[in-house]
Design a protein around this ligand. Sequence first.
Ligand SMILES: *[C@@H]1O[C@H](CO)[C@@H](O)[C@H](O)[C@H]1NC(C)=O
Ligand SMILES: *[C@@H]1O[C@H](CO)[C@@H](O)[C@H](O)[C@H]1NC(C)=O
Length: 314
Amino acid sequence: MVGLLLLVLPVVLLVAAPRIRKMLSSGVCTSTVQLPGKVAIVTGANTGIGKETAKELAQRGARVYLACRDVPKGEVVAKEIQATTGNQQVLVRKLDLADTKSIRAFAKDFLAEERHLHILINNAGVMMCPYSKTADGFEMHIGVNHLGHFLLTHLLLEKLKDSAPARVVNVSSLAHHLGRIHFHDLHGETFYSAGLAYCHSKLANILFTQELARRLKGSGVTTYSVHPGTVQSELVRHSAAMRWMWWLFSPFIKTPQQGAQTSLHCALTEGLEALSGKHFSDCHVAWVSAQGRNETVARRLWDVSCDLLGLPMD
Ligand SMILES: *[C@@H]1O[C@H](CO)[C@@H](O)[C@H](O)[C@H]1NC(C)=O
Ligand SMILES: *[C@@H]1O[C@H](CO)[C@@H](O)[C@H](O)[C@H]1NC(C)=O
C-alpha cells in the first residue's frame, strides 16, 4: 500500500507541477506601458531575473544599460536581447558592486553619457557566499546587496530627480524576515553565518527603500522593494545544499521570467506612486517584518551607511 503510494505520488506531483507552479507564480505584470525615450539601468543583468527584467524593458522600447561585473558575459546577453527584441539600444557597462571605485566610475561615466535616468533596478545580489570582504573591507552580503546599491542609488539620485517621474526598484526577499541589523557587528566579524548574512542584507534593502521613500517625498521619484519569489537563478551557486533543494523542488520554482514580474510591475504600472516605500510580492503589496518597519533602525542604518561610504549625512 505504502509502496504503491510512493510510486504514485511522484507521478501525481509531476503531472500536477505545471498547475501548482502557475498557482505559486500568480503575480504577472499586466501593465501595457511602453518606454520609448526612457532610460533604464539594471544591475546584475547578465543572468536570471535581471536578464529577464532587462529584456522586457528593452522590448518596451527603453534604452537599457546592463550593469555587470563580467562585461564579456554581459555582451553576449546584450546581443541576445537585441536579437529577440529588435531594440539595438541595449548597452553593457562595467559595474562591480563589491568595489566602491568601480561604482563611482560607473556612475561618473553614466552621468556624463546620459541626460536622463527613469528606471533603476537594483537587482544584483550575492547569497550565502563564504566569509569574504569587498575591496573596501565590507562583509560581502551587506557590502554588495546593501552598501553597493546604496552608493549607486545615491550617486544617481540627482539624475533620477531631474528625470521625474522616475522609479527605483530594489530586489529584496522574503528572507528579510530572518534578518536583523546588528550595528555592533555589521560586517560579521564576531559572528558569521552565510545564510543569516544574506537575510540581514535583504532586511537592509527594505529599510532603505522606506527611508529613501521618506526622503524622496514630493520629488517625483518613487521607490519599491520586491520579493521576486523563489526563482531558479545563479544566486544559490555558493551553497551545495541550496542547489540540491532547488533541484528537488525545481518543478515548483519560478522561472526567471516569472521572477521578473514583480520588479516589472513596480517599475511600470501606472498609479503606483502612492505606494512608494512599500514591499511587493507577486505584484501586490506584501507584509514586512517588524524589524523591516522600524523607522529608528532605518534612520540609523542610513547614517551608518553614509558614514561607511564617506557620504554627507544630510
Ligand atoms: C535600495 O537598496 C539599497 C541598498 O540597501 C539602498 O542603498 C537604496 O537606497 C535602496 N533604494 C531604494 C530606492 O530603495
Ligand atoms: C525599533 O528597534 C529598536 C532597536 O532594535 C527597538 O529598541 C525599538 O523598540 C523598535 N521600535 C519599534 C517601534 O519596534
